[in-house]
Design a protein around this ligand. Structure first.
Ligand SMILES: C[S@@+](CC[C@H](N)C(=O)[O-])C[C@H]1O[C@@H](n2cnc3c(N)ncnc32)[C@H](O)[C@@H]1O
Ligand code: SF4
Length: 446
């Protein structure tokens, strides 16, 4: 393992999407973007997904790689909600089918969406839902920070049909929490998890991270046990993405405190073994689910999907993201909103969709995107005729090391190769190969 890590623990994209954001062609104008949304909803049976980004957090967790704004100023809430509603009304006006096609999945993420007060959550959804048709089997999910969530907020969300909740836990160990500036006693997490269940949320997810400062095999084992004790339906176990050139607060970690390569992978294995022993099923690269959960069912039945938010069992043609920095997708393109809050708000004030940048997929992008998606959800994929010789050239090392095999036209990742799935995905990423080698774009693969 040590030798494999020395070879393959290199910067590589996470492949939640393809092409990756640094490889976007930047050629998408707002008018074309609106046209792509219209296309995606042409069929009257089409359904769609929606994402709201709420960037605010009251304090900074120093590991954090999310698009957030750290503030305790709750006066920012009202204008932000107004702008989200304004953005929605611009889209509805430009694409009336948004009000006619069924919304299948709504996700509220951040930052910390529960930064918004009960009354602002109420206002946002009561206005929004005036013009939205929900699918009978719709799912609505929210990411909450248990330290900043109240039962009253959960009750408001339940009233609007929210049925899934994801709790940011990261690690239960007090020393690790201190080093990442996130004091979150077990009882707080338990309280919100119990409250969500009591209110009838169908599914509770916990986010954990491995590779944080001062995590040890013992602390990881304990965090896994404490997680299992609360029996979340799903667990996301993310690899700590160390990108200090983008997130300067990560420079606060002492290099010697951060588990690396072999040590870091061991932490994943410890948690993985504990979750499997407790009856969880491993989903793709970094998720676990109880066999009764939708993700586990989707994996069994071949309906697993991955998008900007990670693994999901909800697949729609359109994912429309509202809010500062939100990333949307249609089969034809990706679109990202302005990332700077005052600019995002100014664009909306002047009646414009707040486009920052985008990417129009080429025919090859679409085929590569489909291949990567299949590879990260099913661990094997059909190669195109022209790729066979390329496998023998670009994946020769991984094949020699027993991490990947080619069986005729099928490329498979082996059990030993699963930790290096991201490296194998890079084979399909012709754009990465064409980009100038730059070490500081992506976090390392492990
Ligand atoms: C928007 S946050 C979750 C909601 C809420 N803000 C909270 O922290 O509880 C989304 C998740 O991304 C993960 N995350 C953030 N920064 C990360 C990093 N640098 N590496 C890996 N995962 C990270 C964390 O697990 C976090 O729960
Ligand atoms: S982990 Fe969550 S609460 Fe912490 S800074 Fe990131 S988004 Fe905010």
């Amino acid at each position: 393992m040590k030798e494999l890590l020395a070879k393959y623990d290199v910067p590589v994209p996470r492949y939640t999407s393809y092409p990756t954001v640094p490889a976007w062609d930047q050629n998408l104008e707002t008018a074309q973007w609106l046209e792509h949304i219209r296309h995606s909803l042409e069929n009257e049976n089409a359904s769609w997904s929606m994402y709201f980004h709420v960037p605010f957090c009251e304090s900074l967790c120093t590991f954090c790689g999310c698009n957030n704004i750290i503030t305790k100023n709750h006066k920012l809430e009202d204008p932000y909600v107004e702008h989200l509603l304004k953005e929605w009304s611009l889209y509805l006006e430009a694409v009336p089918d948004l009000g006619r096609r069924r919304l299948r999945h709504l996700h509220l993420g951040g930052g910390t969406p529960t930064f918004l007060s009960e009354s602002n959550l109420d206002k946002l959804f009561s206005q929004m839902f005036k013009n939205i048709i929900r699918d009978d089997n719709w799912e609505a999910s929210i990411e909450v920070d248990p330290r900043r969530t109240t039962k009253e907020q959960l009750a408001v969300l339940k009233k609007f049909g929210f049925n899934r909740i994801s709790l940011g836990v990261q690690d239960f160990d007090p020393e690790v929490q201190r080093l990442v500036n996130r004091h979150q006693p077990f009882e707080i997490t338990k309280g919100i998890s119990d409250a969500a269940r009591g209110l009838g949320f169908d599914s509770v997810n916990f986010d954990l991270i491995y590779g944080l400062a001062k995590q040890t095999p013992e602390s990881m084992q304990k965090t896994a046990e404490q997680t299992i004790a609360l029996k979340p339906d799903r667990i996301a176990l993310y690899s700590f993405a160390l990108v200090p050139w983008i997130k300067p607060a990560q420079r606060l970690f002492k290099d010697e405190d951060l588990p690396k390569s072999e040590e870091k992978r061991r932490l994943y294995e410890i948690a993985r073994e504990a979750f499997l022993a407790a009856g969880y099923i491993e989903i793709g690269m970094d998720h676990f689910a109880l066999p009764t959960d939708g993700l586990a069912k989707a994996m069994r039945e071949g309906g697993l999907h991955r998008n900007f938010m990670g693994y999901t069992d909800q697949r729609t043609e359109l994912l429309l993201a509202l809010g500062v920095s939100g990333i949307s997708e249609t089969p034809e393109s990706f679109h990202q909103n302005e990332k700077v809050l005052p600019k995002y708000e100014q664009l909306l004030d002047s009646g414009k969709v707040p486009t920052l940048k985008g990417h129009v997929h080429t025919e090859t992008d679409r085929r590569r995107r489909a291949q990567i998606l299949k590879f990260v959800t099913e661990f094997e994929v059909e190669l195109e005729e022209g790729q066979i010789a390329d496998v023998d050239q670009f994946l020769a090392e991984m094949v020699k090391d027993g991490l990947a095999v080619r069986d005729g036209r099928t490329l498979k990742i082996t059990e030993e190769g699963k930790p290096f799935l991201r490296n194998a995905c890079a084979f399909f990423d012709e754009r990465l190969r064409e980009m100038k080698p730059q070490s500081q774009i992506f976090s390392k693969s492990i």
